[in-house]
Design a protein around this ligand. Structure first.
Ligand SMILES: O=C(O)[C@@H](COP(=O)(O)O)O[C@H]1O[C@H](CO)[C@@H](O)[C@H](O)[C@H]1O
Length: 251
């Protein structure tokens, strides 16, 4: 068995970023030698700190499936597009009259304001390599034309719990399968994936057990999968522990 997890709103509380309620389930997984792989829209710099806080030594996926890093960070498999390409496209989008504010515009103070991260975590979040998160400032209709315009540039938009991410044509699902093939080819038993937002559906759709964590806002996810779907009652890390304890009880 292998556990692949999103972070914000899933293993980490959407508001406080705490994983306290999931600690006991994490310890139980470690006792049973079940690997926990992180698959997030966060950056590599953010992940290095979070892996250490969670005492995990597993390979990981950053920036919405844009890159897979080995546990020691020495090997990197890139699936996404460099951020410079995205920023150039966003310059052109502005010239077309689209209205948004992205990480580049926020700077450190803006990231802290929008996310509630502390200064060190916000700095780590600004160290982006492959994605540009933004907040839409126009109408819903303009937003939909923007999404189409971005697609016409060979890029795509994916929705996280807080931001719309402009990025290359990769996702957490493809990256998860590539990571398993590379690092866990001998895995036996189900792949359990846990997520709460739209950017998690591609990963949930490819798992044997898709755990849809109750989202802090918006609708519950409904991934198109032939696997088992579990919807948690609790939010964030409480929901994470609820689902994993249930799955482990039956194994
Ligand atoms: O778009 C979002 O809501 C989150 C989603 O992150 P996950 O893929 O849920 O771990 O990611 C952004 O915001 C985080 C702070 O809330 C930052 O830590 C991330 O770097 C950023 O991508």
């Amino acid at each position: 068995m292998l556990v692949v997890s999103d972070l914000d709103g899933t293993l980490l509380d959407h508001h406080t970023y705490s994983f306290e309620p999931a600690k006991q389930a994490l310890t139980e997984l470690a006792h049973r030698n079940i690997p926990v792989v992180l698959n997030t829209s966060k950056t590599r710099t953010e992940l290095v700190q979070i892996l250490s806080d969670l005492q995990l030594t597993t390979p990981y996926i950053v920036e919405n499936g844009s890159a897979i890093y080995s546990a020691d960070g020495q090997q990197c498999d890139v699936l996404g597009k460099p951020r410079e390409v995205l920023l150039k496209a966003l310059d052109q989008a502005r010239e077309q009259g689209f209205s948004f504010q992205s990480y580049r515009d926020f700077g450190l103070a803006g990231v802290i304001e929008h996310t509630g991260l502390d200064q060190a975590a916000a700095e780590a979040s600004l160290a982006r390599e492959f994605t540009e998160p933004l907040i839409w400032k126009g109408s819903a209709k303009q937003r939909s034309s923007f999404v189409h315009w971005i697609q016409a540039q060979g890029l795509q938009c994916l929705e996280g719990g807080r931001f719309l991410h402009v990025m290359g044509r990769c996702d957490k699902g493809v990256a998860m399968q590539r990571l398993i093939k590379t690092y866990y080819p001998e895995n036996e038993g189900p792949v359990v994936a846990l997520g709460d937002s739209d950017n998690d559906t591609a990963m949930l759709a490819r798992a044997n057990i898709a755990v849809c964590i109750r989202p802090a806002s918006g609708e519950r996810l409904a991934p198109a999968t032939r696997g088992t779907i579990i919807h948690t009652e609790a939010f964030g890390p409480e929901g994470w522990a609820e689902a994993l304890n249930d799955i482990l009880k039956n194994r």
